[in-house]
Design a protein around this ligand. Sequence first.
Ligand SMILES: NC(=O)c1ccc[n+]([C@@H]2O[C@H](COP(=O)([O-])OP(=O)(O)OC[C@H]3O[C@@H](n4cnc5c(N)ncnc54)[C@H](O)[C@@H]3O)[C@@H](O)[C@H]2O)c1
Length: 445
Amino acid sequence: MPGNIGRRDFLLRGTLTALAGAGLRPTSASAQVSPRATVAANDRVTLGFIGTGRMGQSNLKTFLKHPEVEVAAVCDVYGPNRDAAATLAGSKARSFKDFRDLLALQEIQAVVVSSPDHWHPLHTVLACQAGKDVYVEKPVSVYLAEGRRMVEAARRYRRIVQVGTQQRSGLHFQKAVKLVQDGQIGKVSFIRTWNYGNVLPEGIGNPPDSDPLPDLDWDLWLGPAPKVPFNANRFGVHPDRWSSFRWFWHYAGGMMTDWGVHLLDIVQWAMNVEGPSEVTAHGGKLFLQDNRETPDTLQVTYRYPSFVCVYENRECNAAPLDGHGYGICFHGSLGTLFLDRAGFEVVPEKTSKGANRCEPLTEKNSNNHNLAHSRNFLDCIKSRQLPVCDIEIGHRSTSVAQLGNISYRTKSHLFWDPKSETFSRNKAARKLLSPKYRKPWKLDV
Ligand SMILES: NC(=O)c1ccc[n+]([C@@H]2O[C@H](COP(=O)([O-])OP(=O)(O)OC[C@H]3O[C@@H](n4cnc5c(N)ncnc54)[C@H](O)[C@@H]3O)[C@@H](O)[C@H]2O)c1
C-alpha cells in the first residue's frame, strides 16, 4: 500500500511531456515538481466512487476490469443507486450517503466523480484537498470560473485530475487528430459539429413538483444549487433514459455541454487551440412542451483566429447529416474528414480535372475508449504524469460549450479572450461566468 498520498508529487519530465503532447505550455504551478513518485507501477489502486447513477455504475464496471483496482467505498445521495453500486463493488466496499465520509477514508487514493454536473467542482476540489486523485466526468462544471478553480486545486494539491472525455483515448480519434495536424486535408478553415435527435411528442414530460422520493436526500442532491421543491425531472434518474437533470440550467447546460463538450474537445485538440475569440448563438425552446429549461434547437458559431466552427443541436427533427446523427466534420482545402465514435472517413477534394487532392481513407474504431481512458488515469496515478485529458484540457473543452450557452442566454455576440478568460465587453455575459453557491457550500481552493 502506498504511503501518504498527500505527499506524492509530479515528475517534471512527465508533466512537460504531457503538456507538450496536449499542445499546452506548462503552468508555473504544474512545474513545481519533486523527482519522486511514491506509487510503484504494480501497486493496487484503491478507489472511491461518488455519484453512482447510470454513468457512475458504468464507470465502476469499467474500472473493475483493471486487475489492480480495489473499490473501498461508493457514495450516492439516492439509496437505490447507492445499493446497486455497492452490489457491483463487492462486499468489501463501504457505502455512504455523504461524500465527505468517503473522502475521510485514508485508504482511498483516488475518486471517480459521476455526480450531476453542478457537483463536479466541489467533489473535485474537496477530493484534491483530501489528497485524492480524481477522475471527473465531463462537463467539468456548470460555470466557467469553477473549472478554473478545479485546475488551480489540481496544481496546488499536486493531484492527478483526469476528465471523462474518453474519446481522447480512442485510437482512431488520435489518428484522425494527427492527420488534421499533419496537414493531410490541407488548411482547415471550417468545422461543423452536431447532435440531431427527435424526442417528440412529449420530450421528458411535465411531472408536478412533489415530495422527494423515499431514500433520497434532496437537499444534498441540490447542494450548492438554489433550494427548490423536488421535481422528478430535475432529479432526473429514470430507468429508460439518460438522467434529465441535464436540461436544467442550475445543474447542467443542455445538449450544448452534455455532448458539445465531447465534440468540441476533439476540435480544440486537432486545431491546437484553447478557445475561440468570438461566439454567437441562436436558438430556443421552439417546440417541446415539457418542463426542460434548455433549448430544443440551437446553433452556435465560434470564430477562432484561423477557422470557424459551428455546433448545431436539434431535438425535434433527427434527419442525419450524410447519414450521421452526430459528429465532427473538418473541412480542409484538400479534403474533408468526418469523425465520430464508430470511425473516420476522409473524402478528397477534386481538381478541375477530377483528380483527388488527398488520399481517401477510412478507419473504424478499434479500441474501447472508456477502458483505455481509465487505464491512462491509473497509469498516471502511478507515474505522476499528466493524464491525456488533464483538468486544464477538460476545463478548456467545457469552456467552449459554456460560452455557447452564455451567448444564447444573453442573446449577445461575445468577444472572448481565452488567455485571461474574460469578455472584453458585456456585463450580462460576465455574470454568467461564476455561480452563487447556496450556503453553506463554498468553492475555496
Ligand atoms: N463520458 C461520457 O460519455 C458520459 C456519459 C454519460 C454521462 N456522463 C456524465 O456523468 C455524470 C452523471 O450522469 P448520469 O447520466 O449518470 O446521471 P444520473 O442522474 O444517472 O447519476 C447521478 C447520480 O449522482 C447522485 N448524486 C447527486 N448528488 C450527489 C452527491 N452530492 N453525492 C453523491 N451522489 C450524488 C444522484 O443521486 C445520481 O444517482 C454527468 O456529469 C454526465 O455528463 C458522461
